[in-house]
Design a protein around this ligand. Structure first.
Ligand SMILES: [Zn+2]
Length: 307
């Protein structure tokens, strides 16, 4: 049976039950006073689906309060469809495709996609390599507007990506510039001192490299891709991440404003860190995404200001 035939993608009541089971694994919690236990489900003919009432503060609420779904008029089952599509596609899903598939306006589709990217953002701030393992670091460039590709540096954004080999997770950052100062600060703040850092021979990693347990590099300009002395010294993992990221950014998200780039990188990080090879199938990945909807409310206003 197709995964997409599951009831929570088609029936609004089932969609609420699905989200509630994941946002409230211990049962409903009142978002107004934090109370649990004395919460009643309102069941009248005119009652909207999923409305509960708190026995302590007497206020009504649904599971959408405090999540990316709050204040959205889009049915929850369409949100779940959009999240599944974005979690399971390899290269990303354009707002235009969401608009056509879900039958919502292009503007709504654009906004939904950005809120889903917020849910994909990794809230775990623990540095990579805390176990003393290997962390690869590399940087790449994204052209902001392909129409002005001849403008050089001013039309490019710098993305720095770290991959923790033991967990298979990736974390990317938009850097202010490709200098030792900006890239070094990202590397220093997000990799544990116990780690072994692995990079190419770029001089932006030399200074910060000395602050870790070890720093090894390969010299790509001399066509060295894997060290002759130690086969674990290479940056092939992070380059594999970039090959998916760059193909998606070129093919699906050609018109990405630099102000939104941090959300797009979060999307690629999320799919990479929850990929098949580290044990997640499409359903598990979409469920993990659902776990990230809490506390990531992005208002229309903020999205517009950054547009
Ligand atoms: Zn309450």
């Amino acid at each position: 049976m197709s995964v997409l035939s599951a009831p929570h993608f088609h029936n609004e009541k089932a969609a609420y039950a699905y989200v509630e089971a994941r946002v409230w694994p211990e049962g409903p919690v009142c978002p107004h006073c934090g109370c649990f236990g004395r919460i009643y489900e309102l069941k009248g003919k005119s009652t909207r689906i999923g409305v509960r009432k708190c026995g302590d503060c007497r206020k009504p609420f649904t599971v959408k309060v405090g999540t990316i779904f709050e204040a959205s008029h889009v049915p929850l089952r369409y949100w779940l469809q959009a999240m599944f599509l974005m979690a399971s596609s390899k290269k990303g899903v354009s707002a235009n495709q969401l608009h056509r598939t879900l039958g919502v306006t292009l503007k709504t589709a654009w906004f939904m996609a950005h809120r889903i990217r917020e849910a994909m953002r990794d809230g775990n701030l623990a540095p990579f390599g805390s176990d003393g393992g290997d962390v690869e670091a590399d940087e790449t460039y994204i052209i902001n507007n392909p129409q002005f590709s001849n403008r050089g540096g001013k039309n490019k954004s710098v993305v720095v990506t770290l991959v923790e080999r033991n967990s298979g997770r990736a974390k990317s950052f938009v850097a202010e510039s490709a200098t030792t100062k900006h890239i070094g600060a990202i590397v220093a703040a997000n990799i544990a001192k116990e780690a072994r850092l692995i990079t190419d021979a770029s001089n932006v990693y030399v200074g910060v490299g000395k602050t870790f347990a070890a720093h090894r590099w390969v010299n790509h300009t001399k066509e060295e891709y894997v060290s002759k002395f130690d086969p674990t010294v290479h940056t092939n993992t992070v380059e594999g991440f970039y090959s998916i990221f760059k193909r998606g950014m070129r093919g699906i998200y050609q018109h990405c404003s630099p102000k939104h780039l941090h959300r797009y990188v979060a999307e690629y990080d999320f799919r990479y860190s929850n990929r098949q090879a580290v044990g997640f199938n499409d359903v598990a990945r979409a469920d993990n995404l659902l776990a990230g909807v809490v506390g990531k409310r992005l208002t229309y206003q903020t999205a517009r200001e950054q547009a």
